[in-house]
Design a binder for this molecule. Structure first.
Ligand code: GLY
Ligand code: MN
Ligand code: MN
Length: 439
């Protein structure tokens, strides 16, 4: 499943419709990131650029010019180059950009510094991703400088420089049907990968082996890249939120926390499961786990259009705080403990984030200063956790060093919500059964 060219065209049309007639949008493609010597990191297209083009080559530029008679959609791309293509693969070239990617006009990169001032000339406002990359900011300043040098020849440089983010990222926040289909598929692949990791887990297995198990499954399904570095933390390592060493042996009697999700056609999935290394929760592990699970289930249940974003987080804080009091990790009045943020040593992150092309996706969380209501088409994660630091002497030793997070990807629908990652078990009995069957 991939986003169709028709859908990319529809997105450009929708953005063009919202732009003033005398404006221009310029977006840069991503560039290769050097690793060392002749090695590069795997190329990942810039999400905004890909969202509007589906074009996966580095270093190009996208321009949208509403009302321009010669064409509203211009791509600037690498030239065809048989000698280079032997090394790095096929390039579309300007002709391919028009033929396969729907561009009205296309030019090669060498022509950019000549064409850009011409294309910006007479456009009153220029939208671009301002302040993201000093190199790109400088290029824009260069094109504007060229135009300023030509004002006596009648050139008119843009007067307003505007951030493109709010227009484009509002679009990206609400997923269209094709995006939902791709994200569902990414979610399903990752869910199956987590099931396999549960099945392969045994005392003595190394954390990186479960990472390999997850990555292997995803790659075999065509999802070659993870959306972020997988976290596989056994025991105390589960209390380190961004633990990516994944280098320790998994111990009998510990839990293991896996936070991993693949990327498919530039769309992310993001799943966390926490389960016992030996397949059986201890009493204390189970008690804390049930609290996180209850919190997560209540939060997911609350998701429907109209609910303000922060209500989900606030609910998670309330359920976790009340539960920690009940289990004796906190003591006092729940409202006062919430007001004084007494839960924070155990629950120090938010209940989730937007999910889309980026794992922590774009889109504002507030509108006009208020937390925004959920809308159909939004995808968010729900990922409460409880982490008891190994050296937390305020709690009984039985709780120390336990780290638990449970995370699913949830689509907001007109009726409420759909959990895209529901295929990985998370109820205690279901996890234990799955693991025992795999022994
Ligand atoms: N894996 C990153 C996150 O859960 O937010
Ligand atoms: Mn995650
Ligand atoms: Mn997440």
């Amino acid at each position: 499943m991939k986003i169709s060219q028709a859908q990319f065209r529809a997105r450009r049309a929708k953005l063009l419709q919202q732009l003033p007639r005398d404006s221009v949008v310029v977006l840069p493609a991503a560039t290769h990131q050097h690793r060392n010597a002749d090695a590069e990191y795997p190329f990942r297209q810039n999400s905004d650029f890909y969202y509007l083009t589906g074009f996966n080559e580095p270093d190009g530029l996208l321009l949208l010019l509403p009302g321009r008679p010669e064409g509203e959609y211009v791509l600037i791309c690498q030239p065809r180059d048989p000698a280079m293509e032997v090394w790095t693969g096929y390039r579309a070239g300007p002709e391919g950009c028009c033929e396969h990617y729907g561009a009205d006009q296309a030019f090669v990169l060498d022509e950019a510094d000549e064409k850009l001032p011409e294309l910006l000339d007479g456009r009153r406002s220029l939208y671009y991703p301002m302040g993201r990359s000093p190199a790109f900011d400088q290029r824009v300043q260069g094109w504007l400088g060229t135009l300023r040098g030509r004002v006596r020849l009648g050139c008119q440089p843009p007067e307003a420089l505007l951030q493109i983010d709010s227009l484009l990222h509002e679009m990206r926040l609400i997923k269209d049907d094709e995006e939902v289909a791709v994200m569902s598929q990414a979610a399903e692949i990752s869910a199956a990968a987590h099931v396999k990791a549960m099945q392969q887990c045994r005392p003595g297995v190394m954390e990186y082996m479960l990472e390999a198990c997850i990555s292997h499954h995803c790659v075999m399904q065509g999802a070659r890249f993870q959306a972020y570095s997988p976290i596989v933390g056994g025991g105390e390592n589960g209390c380190i939120l961004h633990y990516i060493d994944n280098s320790a042996p998994l111990q009998d009697g510990d839990l293991v926390l896996i936070d991993a999700g693949c990327e498919l056609d530039c769309y992310a999935s993001d799943i966390t499961r926490t389960f016992p290394v030996n397949g059986r929760f201890s009493e204390s592990q189970r008690a804390l786990y049930e609290l996180v699970l209850d919190t997560q289930l209540q939060c997911i249940e609350a998701i429907r259009p109209g609910v303000p974003w922060n209500e989900i987080h606030d609910l998670s804080v309330r359920v976790i705080t009340a539960g920690l009091v009940k289990l004796g990790l906190l003591s006092g009045d729940v409202d006062s403990l919430i007001a004084s943020e007494a839960y924070r040593p155990f629950y120090m992150h938010r209940s989730g984030h937007w999910l889309g092309m980026d794992v922590h996706d774009v889109g504002s969380y507030k509108l006009k200063g208020e937390w925004r209501p959920l809308e159909p088409g939004m995808v968010l994660t729900v990922e409460p956790g409880i982490y008891v630091a190994p050296d937390n002497e305020t709690v009984d030793p039985q709780w120390r060093g336990i780290g638990i997070r449970i995370e699913d990807d949830v689509l907001v629908t007109p009726q409420g919500h759909v959990v895209l990652t529901a295929a990985v078990p998370k109820a205690v009995d279901d996890i234990e059964r799955l693991m025992q069957e795999a022994q």
